[in-house]
Structure formats: structure tokens, C-alpha cells
Design a protein. Sequence first.
Length: 107
Amino acid sequence: MTFHKEKEESLLQGLVAEYLNREAGTKSLITVTRCSISSDSKKATAYISVIPENLEEEALNFAKRRRPEIRTYIKENSRLRHLPHVEIKIDEGEKNRQNIERLIRNG
């Protein structure tokens, strides 16, 4: 992965996180764990985790409904050469890591 692509992914992660933190309600905590950009820079995927887990579906639906606004926010707050279409997904890797950590802790 090139430095430029890593920088763009980091920028997108920060901007999506800022938008969601500002616009989401206080019922749940939505964290953007990572972002990935396709090789042609036309698509980006933001992976999120949600606390509490029982509000995960609601938070994911909220974020998906707000994709056009998220894209506008990215456009207004960055100077990316290519403005990607943003997908939102639950970060299953982070969920698995949390489950393993919980199992270890509860032994």
C-alpha cells in the first residue's frame, strides 16, 4: 500500500468519524475503526463498531441513510482528487477481537 493511499484512508476515517459523532444521537457510540479505498479510488468502505451491541442494526441503518451527507461532508472538508462512494459496514474483525478479549477476561 502506498503512503498516499494510507493517508487518504486515514483522512476518510477521521472525516466519517467526525460526521457520525456530530450527527448521531446519544443512544449509542459509533466508532469508525478503519476505512479502505478501492484500487481505482471510486469506492470506500468505512467499518464501524457500535456500543451497545443491541443498537448495532439501528446505528448501521442510520449511517447508511446518511451516506450522501457523509460524501458531501468529505467533499467540503478535504481535497481528495477522487471523491469515493462510501459504503458502511460493521467491523466483524473488531467484534471478534472484543469477544476473544471478553472470553480471556472471564476465563
